[in-house]
Design a protein around this ligand. Structure first.
Ligand SMILES: Nc1ncnc2c1ncn2[C@@H]1O[C@H](COP(=O)(O)OP(=O)(O)OP(=O)(O)O)[C@@H](O)[C@H]1O
Ligand SMILES: [Mg+2]
Length: 287
């Protein structure tokens, strides 16, 4: 696989300034992500997901090991703009990301630091707002937007920089079902249509099925790397790391425990539904 993003033995420790004690938050992370991949990251609260996300675009730099983005070391301070143009980070809470009072000013904010001309800036902002379906709100005050709309404006702010990769830290955790759908559709569209590399941090097991690869984190380490299919069929891993599969798969596990011969479990709800229906059919035939 082509190494667009490469974490080599990355660790991150924070030092308590009062008593000088050291806490290791990330431990020996090795990771490589290719152009156009869609990966997801799960793990219990406090296992280090947000700390990991901030390492992708040099908001934090490793205290041990190295991170290379297209061959550029994130410790190289003079390349920080280049890295942040390649990798955009969307924070969990859009209120922490939205800075300006008007939608289009907010989306333009990151571009202003790049010193590009006003015409290109206008073009980038309009394109970014259109791709998240928020163009008609470009003159709206940001305080009037819903949570889902704010999150899409935050994504547009990152998109306007034309990044090759977007890292999203639990972007849907504060959203209602329709806001969640808006944001997920936007992410999937970016990956499928424009080949944008996606790193999605989530607690939502259904969202994992959007990705090609799932990383499980525990106590600062990556402890497993599986496809969604492999993960959902591995009850040992699910139990060990306290991951609850989507409800359709949970139902198949329950049926299996009741003695039914379940042939497959899939992250695709439709496939699970077909399996459940065929089990019901078998039961009917036996009667
Ligand atoms: N700046 C910091 N200084 C000291 N400890 C920190 C700092 N930032 C995070 N931590 C600690 O590091 C650990 C990992 O935190 P992090 O926020 O990365 O976890 P997380 O997996 O994102 O959790 P959540 O699922 O709740 O969002 C936690 O124990 C947290 O308390
Ligand atoms: Mg977090």
């Amino acid at each position: 696989m082509e190494n667009f993003i490469l974490f080599n033995n990355v660790s991150f420790s924070s030092i308590n300034e009062y008593d000088d004690t050291k806490t290791e938050i990330l431990k020996d992370i090795n990771l490589s992500v290719g152009h156009g991949e869609f990966i997801s990251v799960v793990g219990k609260n406090g296992c280090g997901k947000s700390t990991l996300s901030k390492h992708f675009n040099a908001v934090l730099v490793p205290t041990g090991g190295d991170i290379l983005i297209d061959g550029i070391n994130t410790k190289c301070e003079e390349k920080i703009f280049e890295i942040r143009q390649k990798i955009g980070l969307v924070l969990q809470n859009p209120d922490n990301q939205i800075i300006s009072g008007v939608v289009e000013d907010d989306v333009a904010f990151g571009l202003e630091n790049l010193g590009i001309n006003r015409y290109t800036m206008r073009e980038n902002v309009d394109k970014a707002l259109k791709s998240v379906g928020m163009y008609e709100y470009k003159n709206s005050p940001t305080y009037t937007l819903s949570g889902g709309q704010k999150q899409r404006v935050a994504i547009a702010g990152v998109l306007a920089m034309n990044p090759e990769c977007i890292v999203l830290d639990e972007p849907t955790s504060m959203l209602d079902p329709s806001g969640r759908k808006e944001v997920l559709d936007t992410i999937v569209n970016l990956n499928k249509k424009f080949g944008t590399t996606i790193v999605l941090i989530t607690h939502d097991m259904e969202e994992l099925s959007l990705s090609g690869r799932v990383l499980i984190m525990d106590e600062g380490s990556i402890v497993s790397e599986k496809t969604p299919e492999e993960l959902f069929c591995n009850s040992h891993l699910l139990n060990r790391y306290g991951l609850l599969p989507p409800s359709s798969i949970k139902l198949l596990y329950n049926l299996e425990n009741e003695g039914y011969k379940v042939k497959l479990k899939s992250p695709d709800t439709e496939i699970c539904t077909k399996e459940i229906l065929s089990l019901l059919e078998e039961v009917k035939c036996r009667r």
